[in-house]
Write a protein that binds this ligand. Sequence first.
Ligand code: NAD
Length: 461
Amino acid sequence: MKVGVIGTGYVGLVTGACLAKVGHQVMCMDNNVQKVEQLNQFIMPIYEPGLEEIVRSTVNEGYLQFTSQMGEVVRQSDVIFITVGTPSRPDGSPDLSAVRAVARSIGQHLDGRYRVIVNKSTVPVGSGNWVRMLVEDGARLATQATVAVSESSVIAVLNLAPEPNFSIVSNPEFLREGSAIYDTFNPDRIVIGSEDEHAVEVMRELYAFWIAPQQSDKIPVPMVVTDLASAEMIKYAANAFLATKISFINEVSNICERVGADVERVAQAIGLDKRIGHQFLRAGAGWGGSCFPKDVSALVSTGQEYGYDCSLLKATLSVNENQRRVVIEKLQRELRILKGRTIAIWGLAFKPHTDDIRSAPALEVANQLLNLGCRVVAHDPIVTAAQANVQVPDLQVVDDPMEAVNGADALVLMTEWPQYAELSLEAVAQRMRQPILLDGRNCLDPLKARNAGLSYTGIGR
Ligand code: NAD
């Protein structure tokens, strides 16, 4: 099928490349011209394991193309994905300006041929109807423009202007940054929301590789077909549940610390209950990233719009915010005075195997420490100083984790990159001014750390 993808970020680029890999003809569009130029030279705008290889092979085989021209994508595509960002506004509601611009622009370029317009961006319930209205508005604007520039017969031009012919589908995305390619090829489910049976059939054909695999050893991925509003809600509910599960174990960890229990033992035991499970039951410095904070806030904001107070989700947010304070308070307990101290941070990305630092807990903690008068020296295997300094200008970022700990009064591990567990803790202890290790992800072995001469503190243990 001929597929267009608008917005080549974490979701759009991965989706476009994977759809090309299974044999669709894909054109990815972005209004960031520099990004498009770089992609055409195989320079990836994001770090995602396996992405460059798949982009290279699909481009070279002629299945994937990049452009900055909306008209080109709309003209060639049967299915058009909207995958632009929907970041939080200061009041917690999502900023839908990119979706608005894209929907209008698609409408302006429609001819009379049928298209399926698929919303993959995470958008509040009701956005499907709103996007439909914007596409229609765009189409109307284009018609008016045609009429305005025409000096000949207005009637003739009006008759030529085609009626927009399209369906709207909601197809929320569940990939995880860091394993986005794997997740796209191995999703737990594919959710399709639409009021139009024909559009659902088009989506079944598009996702045939997943839902009706040719190889007998491949298990078909379940496709869940719903109305538009339910599909939009599924994405928010899934992220809100996962965020709440982490906040739950973090709340338990704070009680564990007070009563002298070990949250790691507690989580291990309760996770064995199949109704609970171990995933997303890790205590630590809290969740961040480009999705959980904005999606939970957006759901709270939707509740507010309808006069409903989302008390559980508000608690999920506030427990998470408090986890950053937990890190600072632990350092205050260990060091008493923070002013003038040098604190090393290992890990800046909001989780391992990604370069994404949107709402990264490490940067929030770094910012608080800088405000409290510390010098903060950080390391991350992928995130660069240039990236981090956009958010936290005074943060010093070094290339070597051992350089970060030189002369430090404490080391805080904020992202559980596996390579940190491989480093010699003896060498770390020797380089520090005070051998204090705060494991914000409970990922290092406390016994090993203590044997290496470090004073080890975890979260909830
Ligand atoms: P992103 O910021 O990485 O990418 C968005 C892209 O859209 C950028 O390349 C930007 O240049 C482009 N863009 C913005 N305005 C445009 C316009 N008018 N025309 C063309 N391109 C435009 O965002 P992302 O992380 O890929 O997220 C996209 C959506 O998917 C969001 O709604 C997000 O909530 C959702 N989502 C993200 C993830 C994730 O892990 N990142 C997972 C599931 C769902």
